[in-house]
Design a protein around this ligand. Structure first.
Ligand code: IMP
Length: 179
């Protein structure tokens, strides 16, 4: 398959993704029994993963889609600087950040650090895909869909230059092949 100027081949088929998402949902249901977590899916990439995951979760829970702030504003106490779009109170909440893919993990580590400093009860990460470099990072996700090597993937919410998010399967780039 060609997207823009790159070649991709199928990597993780839809059926495998759906099965894994269901398993992750069951783990969350067990781990958070009698709790009411606040899910924070990070836009844009995690919209499909979050939609499927949330339908496997049978807890009382809230969901607030957020974005990385592209710049850091001046500090004003209690205001989140790393994320925009959060309308829910995070004080004393069990937060589950929903990410599509962790590459270096650098962006999320700042988010986690800030959320923890603002009086949350707990902050965990669920990522559908974790790339090899993220395995070295100090901030680790509690839930991981698929561990992959350092390759470029797309589909199921993940994009290449804005394209490919709507694909049902996950594809990986065929190295060295351009269109
Ligand atoms: P990190 O801060 O290096 O972990 O960056 C993670 C972000 O980079 C993800 O949320 C994606 O938006 C993007 N990204 C990293 N690798 C890929 C990939 O293989 N396909 C599509 N997007 C990716």
């Amino acid at each position: 398959m060609i997207v823009k100027d790159l070649s991709f081949s199928i990597f993780i088929p839809e059926s495998m993704i759906q099965e894994r998402v269901w398993q992750l949902g069951q783990q969350i249901n067990q781990d958070y029994v009698d709790r009411s977590p606040l899910f924070l899916p990070i836009l844009n990439g995690s919209f499909i993963f979050a939609a499927d995951l949330l339908r496997t979760v049978n807890l009382e829970c809230r969901v607030s889609f957020v974005k990385h702030a592209s710049y850091q504003g001046t500090a004003s106490t209690g205001q989140l600087k790393t994320l925009i779009g959060l309308n829910e109170s995070i004080f004393n909440q069990d937060i589950i950040i929903v990410e599509d893919i962790m590459d270096t993990g650098l962006t999320l580590s700042k988010v986690v650090e800030e959320l923890r400093s603002l009086g949350t009860r707990s902050v965990e990460i669920i990522t559908l895909v974790r790339k090899a470099p993220a395995r070295m990072h100090a901030v680790q996700p509690k839930y991981i869909g698929f561990d992959i090597e350092n390759e470029f993937v797309l589909g199921y919410g993940l994009d290449y230059d804005g394209l490919g998010r709507n694909l049902k399967d996950i594809y990986k780039q065929v190295p060295g092949e351009t269109a």
